[in-house]
Design a protein around this ligand. Structure first.
Ligand code: 1HN
Length: 348
């Protein structure tokens, strides 16, 4: 007996009452394992750099507010996402330009890809940025950027825009001045919070780290010291996360950031986790083998300044043909807070 016409007729009648049958959609709602619509993808810097610079001739940083080319996951077209939960883009700021001050509920990270000497000001303090520096802009903090150097600067932006959007919790406002007033000297937050010290009586007001620039120079030196003693994780090499000194948690409440050293010749064991992850190579070369749509094995070959993404629960392994350093970010802190984060390790 064909029950479909009856059922379809029933579904149309209940739709008018704001109802829908769960049984028709349940398998898609509750999948046996994550099935991300995002796909693995690599943005080679040599391919995208000319477009980023070309954007510099099309619009000023001031007119654009932020002159950014979005890194859009090909599996999520038109959605301004690099993973299901995160936004990423490449931002250009030319010598003499200012990206005007504003603030928003979304948290942002910057990871400097090219150029040296431009600055970002966050809540009254300026920090000069160099390649590989990881800088954070916590939720609702005023921030503006400027380039007083003689070269263009390009950085990778990572924001929790899809998460805040999903929660319908977005607020934003522009500052009355392009550049906010500075209230503290450069290096102030580093001296206060980044030297293994905290001001006695300090009262925490934000879940984000009070350190807002994690300079590459120190990060790289730490990796170099540790490579001699640290046990290598079979799936991730020498893998360190950026930490909030107030509580040992992630530097940002919604975005987890890490840096890893894969020594020349290191080939990792297969690994997957529920946090879709964006990688940016700072040094060295290698390959990441990852299972893409339909279980097809793909190889992403990366070098300095290349950015690639591995979606949630896709198996991947890395191979370094030279000493390689990868910066990475994902939504892991959110998943951990909700008790959802999982990982799985395969045999080499
Ligand atoms: C933003 O404020 C910045 O401050 C970069 O540099 C990218 C993308 C969407 C919304 C706000 C920035 C952004 C953004």
């Amino acid at each position: 007996m064909d029950t479909q016409p009856d059922r379809q007729e029933f579904y149309s009648r209940i739709a008018g009452a704001g109802l829908a049958p769960l049984w028709e959609v349940m398998k898609n709602l509750i999948t046996k394992e994550p099935k991300s619509a995002a796909v693995p993808y690599i943005w080679r810097y040599e391919t995208v750099r000319p477009f980023v610079l070309e954007a510099g001739g099309i619009i000023t940083a001031k007119e654009a507010e932020r002159r950014v080319l979005i890194l859009e996951n090909p599996g999520l077209p038109g959605q301004s996402r690099i993973t299901n939960t995160l936004y990423a883009g490449l931002q250009l700021i030319l010598p003499g330009e200012v990206a005007p001050a504003h603030r928003h509920s979304q948290s942002a990270l910057r990871f400097v890809v090219e150029g040296s000497g431009a600055y970002t000001a966050v809540d009254g303090e300026k920090t000069v940025m160099r390649p590989g520096d990881f800088v954070i802009t916590p939720s609702w903090t005023w921030h503006d950027h400027g380039n007083e150097s003689a070269e263009p600067m390009v950085w990778l932006d990572g924001l929790d825009i899809p998460i805040v959007g999903f929660l319908d919790a977005s607020f934003a406002e522009g500052h009355s001045d392009d550049m906010q007033m500075l209230s503290r000297p450069a290096g102030d937050s580093h001296a206060r919070f980044g030297e293994g010290l905290l001001p006695v009586g300090f009262e925490r007001r934000s879940p984000a780290s009070p350190v807002f620039n994690y300079p590459y120079e120190r990060t790289r030196a730490a990796l170099e010291t540790l490579r001699r003693t640290q046990e290598w994780d079979p799936c991730n090499g020498l893998h360190m996360r950026y930490v909030n000194p107030l509580d040992g948690g992630w530097a940002m409440p919604t975005i987890g950031t890490s840096i890893q050293l894969l020594p020349k010749g290191f080939s990792t064991a297969p690994y997957r986790a529920t946090d879709g992850t964006v990688f940016c190579c700072t040094e060295g070369r290698g390959k990441t083998h990852v299972f893409g749509p339909g279980g097809k094995l793909e190889t992403l070959e990366w070098g300095p300044r290349d950015i690639f993404v591995v979606p949630s629960w896709n198996w991947r392994r890395h191979e370094a043909s030279e000493d390689a350093v990868l910066f990475a970010f994902s939504d892991r802190p959110v998943q951990e807070k909700l008790g959802l984060w999982r990982e799985a390790r395969g045999n080499a």
